[in-house]
Design a protein around this ligand. Structure first.
Ligand SMILES: [Zn+2]
Ligand SMILES: [Zn+2]
Length: 162
């Protein structure tokens, strides 16, 4: 009897001590729960969502920007007053324009484009892909964008060449 009573008292006392420690802790955690949920779930979402939108917006125009570079570029004029043409790229001597590889005709004057062999420096027609002098084959990758642009006639604007 007495041993059981003592044990019961001890147990009750232990429970009282436990509740004093456990319950205030849980209340604090439950009180912080909305904040923890906000920081753990809503916070990252709010940070990642605009970040994802920014990355998406940065990536999207980049693809378009590359395509816009496909037109002819005006050749730089050298010290002798003649336009400088990069070897391996089709160009129009009359207009001083450099075209992306795969272009055969000038958009402005419809002349067949010329190309300088990157290996031996000999000039030839751009539509001929093998050098008659050294036999170097220029890999021509026809791109639909270029073909459409070349077929659509002269581009308005562009720098005038005297
Ligand atoms: Zn031309
Ligand atoms: Zn050559």
């Amino acid at each position: 009897m007495t041993i059981v009573d003592t044990l019961n008292e001890m147990w009750t006392g232990l429970l009282e001590i436990m509740t004093q420690f456990v319950i205030p802790d849980w209340n604090a955690i439950i009180g912080l729960l909305p904040l923890l949920i906000f920081l753990g779930i809503v916070g990252p979402l709010l940070t990642l969502l605009p970040l994802g939108i920014v990355i998406y917006q940065l990536r999207k125009p980049r693809v378009k920007g590359v395509r816009f570079e496909e037109g002819p570029t005006v050749a730089a004029i050298g010290a002798d007053g003649q336009p400088i043409f990069q070897p391996g790229l089709p160009h129009c001597r009359r207009d001083g324009l450099i075209y992306p590889s795969g272009t055969a005709r000038c958009e402005r004057c419809q002349d067949p484009l010329a190309v300088i062999c990157p290996m031996c420096g000999l000039g030839r027609m751009a539509m001929v892909d093998t050098c008659t002098n050294c036999g170097l084959v220029l890999k021509v990758k026809p791109r639909s964008v270029v073909v459409h642009r070349a077929a659509s006639g002269p581009k308005p604007g562009g720098a005038a060449v005297a």
